[in-house]
Design a protein around this ligand. Structure first.
Ligand SMILES: [Mn+2]
Length: 362
């Protein structure tokens, strides 16, 4: 594995490349052109400039998170081929710059969904949280009004009032898109991009849906071992691979995370490792918050997750995922410097212990 850190670019991130480089063991960043719009072709000059900036700081680009897929491709609109063509050109430009891993997701309308961005923990740190009752209070047919009723008055990313009109349009676009249709559109997209991925050895790594079930009546299809394996088989090419995100698959406690990693051996090209703490697992009151990476702080056995990655020969980039806000840091929710740096050290500690133990046995 290679230890990496997500970085949004100097225009958008509070964390600097210099700070990232000072985290022990950190050699790569996972980045993106944050100001591009899904569907547009990335410009080679912009990719080159980003790459130069990262390399000038003594790091390198280990992969892109994300090249977002636009809604036309997801719903299978008549103009999707034009956008797929742009996606192919973007992959080609990335390949020519020696970038070989691209993370993306296929979630309708929204990316990850949380109901609180700064839930205060007993130690005074804050973390992202999800509460089912707050979600159920939202009526997708009447978005603007329901948002106001949301508990705590927090606004989800993507739910800003100025986006409301657009969101309503998006719900309209997805009206007739069920799980099977979305899956078909995903397979169509992957088959179309596989030739360019093969040519430049670009490993596509689909990020699971977060949370791992349908929200607001929008279907979600990358949620379990069963459906991710189905996708791997539908386009059986090593370049059609997975971002194994423990925190996203783990929202559904029925997902056996180490088992999934072993099943997906050879197809995991990127790993997001983080822990969740469940406060209530009943259907109507489902509630979880993001924990520190430490196993004992949450519900996941991080040792078993890292061990499964090690034992399956995982050699791609790995990164700590969302962190809490600690030590009075002000940063993008989930993406501060300090707690993620702690997370990366913990993951590296687990990895070193597992590796040495393994070598001692042999
Ligand atoms: Mn993730």
């Amino acid at each position: 594995m290679e230890m990496t850190f997500r970085w949004y670019g100097s225009k958008f991130d509070t964390v600097t490349l210099k700070q990232i480089r000072q985290i022990p063991g950190m050699t790569g960043v996972i980045t993106t052109l944050y100001d591009t719009t899904p569907g547009e072709e990335w410009q080679p000059e912009a990719i080159r400039a980003l790459k130069k900036e990262v390399e000038d700081a003594g790091l390198h680009i280990s992969g892109i998170e994300s090249v977002n897929v636009c809604d036309s491709i997801k719903v299978g609109d008549s103009d999707r081929d034009k956008y797929i063509e742009n996606y192919i050109k973007t992959l080609e430009h990335l390949g020519k710059e020696d970038i070989h891993m691209v993370c993306y997701n296929f979630m309708p309308v929204f990316d990850w969904t949380r109901t609180e961005l700064a839930r205060v923990k007993p130690d005074g740190s804050t973390a992202l949280a999800y509460n089912q009752k707050a979600i159920d209070a939202i009526d997708p047919e009447n978005l603007a009004a329901s948002i106001k009723k949301m508990s705590g008055g927090t606004v989800l990313p993507g739910w800003e009032p100025e986006r409301m009109a657009k969101v309503q349009e998006l719900f309209e676009m997805y009206k007739d898109v069920d799980g099977e249709k979305l899956f078909e559109n995903l397979v169509y997209f992957l088959k179309a991009i596989m030739p360019v991925c093969n040519k430049y050895d670009i490993k596509m790594a689909i990020h699971p849906d977060d949370p791992a079930w349908s929200v607001f009546g929008l279907t979600r299809i990358i949620t379990s071992e069963e459906n991710i394996v189905r996708l791997m088989k539908a386009v059986d090419d090593v370049h059609n691979g997975v971002t194994f995100c423990s925190g996203s698959y783990g929202t559904n406690l029925e997902n056996d995370l180490p088992h999934m990693i072993r099943t997906l051996k050879g197809r995991i090209h990127f790993a997001h490792v983080r822990n969740l703490k469940f406060n209530d697992t009943s259907k109507e009151n489902y509630d979880f918050e993001e924990a520190t990476h430490l196993s004992s702080d949450g519900n996941f056995d991080m040792y078993e997750i890292v061990r499964a990655l090690y034992e399956t020969g995982f050699d791609g980039p790995i990164r700590p995922d969302h962190g809490r806000m600690i030590w009075d840091e002000k940063a993008m929710p989930g993406y501060g410097l300090y707690d993620r740096a702690l997370g990366s050290m913990y993951i590296q500690g687990l990895w070193e212990a597992i590796e040495k133990n393994d070598k001692r046995k042999n």
